[in-house]
Ligand binder design. Structure first.
Ligand SMILES: Cc1ncc(COP(=O)(O)O)c(C=O)c1O
Length: 665
């Protein structure tokens, strides 16, 4: 509804329209000749005309709402004299209503506003060979006490199992004993870590949530009175800052172009195709999605699956078989391992991202051929990931491709975490390194992370995709991706490319790259040992002691921040860690909040193990440049002195924006 405005320069409360009507006769009845020569009269006439025009504009129904988000200006003070405190303040533009404010709050909770255009960065490799990230070592004391923690856990755990099985509560130990002639289904050694370690930290895992896992995530509070065996809901909710979801580009939103398109699609196409792809589960939409994915990643053809795990588990058996060799990075995801095992091919692993070890294994495999017969391998397939989710490291793709040219193997790249998250256009590791995707034979990715959807894809030459369609068990027997999921993929993809909401996709990519670098540098400077490359949006910090996993998770939760903690067997025994999963939905304020919380918690729990070396050297004093540094050092007796800096939080925040975009000294 258009609103009328009161005249700010009059204390009268009479509506303007009435006053205008009141003045009109006096104008028409005035001396026109005098009016013609009098500038004052002319000004009055113009002011009146302007007033009428404004009034007409305000009452016309086509006008934009006066509730538009302009600053609220209090005009009650504009009397030219004293502030009239008796009068209720009149505002030109009303502040947003309670409903509007709530809506905006919800939007901001899902995707935070960008606070400054300088908080952007383009994710791209700088051209030099990919260096292994600087990895700091903790003091021996921490390593030793970590081993002692595990030794105590193992000793007391087994002692409790031994006596528990004989004298303990039947409820807890029955499944570990021979019962009624049946062997125990759960061997006590098999699930030792689940019972003795994970159960104790279990409230840090799989916390129930409600709403979308965006910038914030809402936890459904629960408590346990029996050491995490069962939980009771308290009936309350806690909203926390979310660094625990793979929501890289912030597409976990319940409104916006994606949600609108999905809603429309559900109305049109329903909830499910209720059939595998090979029967009637293939629609125009699925074909369109496949075409767009292929184009996006730079391959001639692609096919989509309803689950990322199944994409790997089903595709390896369709690509390789008995007589073939799979050389797999030792830290590859479980889905690759399972797919590789199902294929029947021989599997050998090489050290994580270690090109010398890969070359050694290749030479050995090629020279020796198949076991026993020494026949040549039918195919050799090297399987790597674009970005490793536990380590935050990127594959050394230029290094792998150099070996591929030399030894002629097929290359399978799992881009589950790199597609959408790396590269200036978000197209994954090839985009990041500026490499033609044609050089990789198979590009696999998941749609669960950057696209806010679900499922996976394989992109390759058309004949490979055609072959996969015929032989892949997931296509022949598995469920097909649902229309809503396909639409979410399509819309988010089009936003990333800029076809939809131009500029938004690019901003999301650059916000993610900035946030990742900013947070990582800050953590390093505060004294944490981080793993992985600087441009990775996954930032693990090492906690070492198993007990610190739950302590860190609880301390962060107290500060209303949700983090993921990971320990053995998902990591090596010694290096339990917390992982921060950064998103484009975060802004610098969020990163600062995490840094401040980590600074506090890091001091309480003694987590600042680093020597500080990975955070770069301290900036030179004003007036000293890289060229004059040597001279300055000599003059100040600092020659050869390398002081690994440990930064104060204030300095980290002050220098972070600038330093995170530069190569460190
Ligand atoms: C490297 C890698 N590949 C495949 C998958 C499986 O994807 P999804 O969770 O969509 O089934 C994951 C899961 O996180 C992953 O990290």
């Amino acid at each position: 509804m258009p609103r009328k405005l009161s005249n700010p320069f009059s204390s009268s409360t009479m509506p303007q329209s009435e006053r205008a009507a009141e003045r009109r006769p006096s104008r028409s009845g005035g001396n026109r000749l005098a009016g013609f020569f009098s500038s004052k009269a002319k000004e009055q006439q113009q002011a009146m005309l302007l007033q009428q025009q404004q009034q007409q504009q305000l009452v016309s129904p086509g006008n934009p709402s006066p509730n538009s988000p302009l600053p609220t200006i209090s005009l009650s003070a504009a009397t030219g004299g004293e502030l009239n405190t008796d009068e209720t303040p009149t505002t030109l533009f009303e502040p947003p209503s309670a409903d509007e404010a709530k809506l905006q709050e919800r939007r901001d909770a899902q995707f935070g506003p960008l606070l400054n255009p300088s908080h952007l960065y383009v994710s791209a490799h700088q051209g030099k060979p990919l260096e292994a990230p600087i990895e700091d070592e903790p003091a021996y004391y921490f390593v030793l006490t970590t081993y002692i923690s595990y030794l105590l856990l193992i000793f007391f755990g087994h002692a409790r199992d031994f006596f528990g099985k004989r004298f303990g509560d039947k409820k807890h130990y029955q499944s570990l004993k021979v019962f009624n002639g049946y062997a125990p289904l759960n061997d006590d050694f098999d699930n030792f870590y689940v019972r003795r370690l994970k159960l104790r930290l279990d409230d840090c895992f799989a916390r129930p949530t409600t709403g979308v896992p965006g910038r914030y995530i809402t936890l459904i509070d629960r408590k346990s009175d029996d050491f995490n065996r069962t939980y009771k809901y308290t009936g309350t909710h806690t909203q926390t800052l979310n660094v625990s979801s793979y929501n890289y580009l912030g597409f976990a939103q319940s409104e916006g172009p994606c949600a609108d398109a999905v809603e429309e699609c559900v109305r049109k196409s329903g909830l499910s195709y209720a059939s595998p792809r090979a029967d009637s589960g293939t629609s125009e939409l699925s074909q369109e999605v496949e075409r767009e994915i292929a184009q996006f990643v730079g391959k001639p053809a692609a096919m989509v699956f309803s689950m990322g795990f199944v994409t790997n588990a089903g595709s390896f058996p369709a690509l390789v078989s008995k007589g073939c060799l799979i050389l797999s990075d030792e830290l590859n995801h479980a889905s690759i391992r399972i797919g590789a095992r199902l294929s029947g091919a021989v599997i050998r692993s090489f050290k994580h991202n270690n090109m010398e070890d890969l070359e050694k294994k290749l030479r050995e495999a090629i020279s020796q051929g198949q076991p026993r017969t020494h026949r040549p391998w039918k195919k050799i397939l090297v399987a790597v990931e674009g970005l490793y989710s536990m380590e935050g490291t990127m594959v050394d793709l230029p290094g792998v491709l150099a070996l591929k040219k030399k030894y002629k193997f097929f290359l399978y790249v799992d881009e589950a975490h790199s597609v959408g998250a790396l590269g200036p256009r978000g197209r994954g590791v090839c985009d990041y390194f500026g490499i033609d995707p044609a050089e990789c034979d198979i590009l696999m990715g998941t749609l669960t992370k950057s696209f806010g959807a679900n499922g996976g894809y394989i992109a390759a030459e058309k004949h490979i995709i055609d072959g996969l369609r015929m032989t892949n068990a997931a296509t022949l027997l598995g469920e097909s991706p649902t229309p809503s999921v396909l639409m979410q993929i399509l819309t988010s993809l089009r936003m990333i490319t800029g076809e939809l909401a131009p500029g938004q996709g690019e901003e999301r990519l650059q916000r993610l790259a900035f946030n990742s670098r900013y947070l990582r540098l800050g953590l390093k400077r505060l004294g944490f040992i981080t793993y992985g490359h600087d441009d990775s949006p996954i930032i693990p910090i090492v906690l070492y002691h198993p007990g610190k996993m739950s302590a860190f998770s609880h301390e962060m939760l107290k500060r209303k921040i949700s983090v993921v903690v990971v320990g053995y067997p998902a990591t090596p025994l010694i290096s339990s860690r917390a992982r921060f999963c950064v998103s484009a939905a975060h802004n610098k304020e969020d990163m600062d909040r995490i840094l401040a919380a980590c600074d506090e918690v890091g001091s309480i729990l003694q987590l600042k193990y680093s020597t500080g070396i990975a955070g770069g050297q301290e900036p030179l004093p004003e007036g000293v440049t890289a060229e004059t540094e040597k001279e300055w050092r000599r003059a100040n007796g600092l020659e050869g002195v390398v002081k690994p800096p440990r930064w104060r939080l204030e300095d980290v925040l002050e220098r972070g924006v600038q330093d995170s975009k530069e190569q460190l000294r």
